[in-house]
Design a protein around this ligand. Sequence first.
Ligand SMILES: Nc1ncnc2c1ncn2[C@@H]1O[C@H](COP(=O)(O)OP(=O)(O)OP(=O)(O)O)[C@@H](O)[C@H]1O
Length: 355
Amino acid sequence: MVYFTKHPSRCKEKIVCISHIYGLLSVNASTLFIEDKGLSSMKRIAIIVNPLSGNGRGSNIWREIETELVRCAVSYELAMTTKPGDASRQATAYAREQAFDLLLVIGGDGTVHEAANGLLLSGAAEQQLRLGVIPAGTGNDFAKAYGVPRQPLEALYLALHGRGEAVIDVLALGGGARVAVNSFGAGFDGMVAKVTNEAGYKKRLARFGLGRLAYLLSILRVFATYQPQAARLEVDGLVHELPHMWLCAIANIPYYGGAIQICPSASPTDGLADVVVIQSRSRLRLLPVLLTVYQGKHTTHPAVTFYQGTAIKLSAGEPLLLQADGEIVGTTPLDVHVLPGTLRVCCAEGAAKTK
Ligand SMILES: Nc1ncnc2c1ncn2[C@@H]1O[C@H](COP(=O)(O)OP(=O)(O)OP(=O)(O)O)[C@@H](O)[C@H]1O
């Protein structure tokens, strides 16, 4: 774990006290206007950067953000990840310090997943840290769900401005040893996550800002060979036998896999998980689902079923790969429950409304 501290008192530039920093009012693409709003109790910003997210976009974006923060003499503490798991440990350390208002994550959904887990499993008595994201990954579904702009400085302004905030539900696996902020998924989508994360084309496409195409390529590859399995789903005690299950996703937000609208009606603030099941004996019958799922227009296809609930269990004849926010975290059986109103996140005004 690598920590850096940038504090106004150590900057050569004109010193601006942190209590003056948050009064950001007017914003345009290149200029940050700061206005004193007398926020004297404001604490510091904690930052986690995954420099390798989006095949190096994280590193480039951080340079742009750092320049802006230094220019505006914004006080912050920085932790760079050096390996998987760092973001979780760093978030835990920041939360336990209780010295920060905002945790800014520069990375993709995997880094957000780790940071959220680190925050929630930190044991910090009261969760004061808001989670803000500057999207730098391949899929960036979390950022999309909360209306975070793709342009890094605009995303920074959104997080610092602090007007849009949602207290979101999270999905807890098992006894709560792991949480997902976007979704859990088992079966076909677990396999797609595995193939994508291991594929050389993910890095190459991410370099040209085409990361979402990587997920589409993987979907087509897995679709050609995947064999559905018999599974048993339980939603709030109601059992559903699924003889030919392709996938079962438990969603907190509408998107996964790089802007696929798998559960268009999922809301992270309604206290419920949306469950989507895709079942079919025939591969060809699912082609229309493939063609419409990006726009969320697959919902009326007879192979697609939706449920809502707070406690979901899934088991299958043989273990199915399980993804959490796009990262492989094990296999079925799974047991997920909703933790309502658990995490404070920065969002665009109007995003993430309760349905
Ligand atoms: N410095 C690092 N070196 C290697 N792996 C890292 C490092 N930092 C984080 N990771 C791991 O990289 C994985 C992917 O990171 P991240 O999700 O941010 O980028 P991405 O895969 O490009 O984007 P997305 O998840 O949106 O598709 C995370 O699961 C994390 O564990």
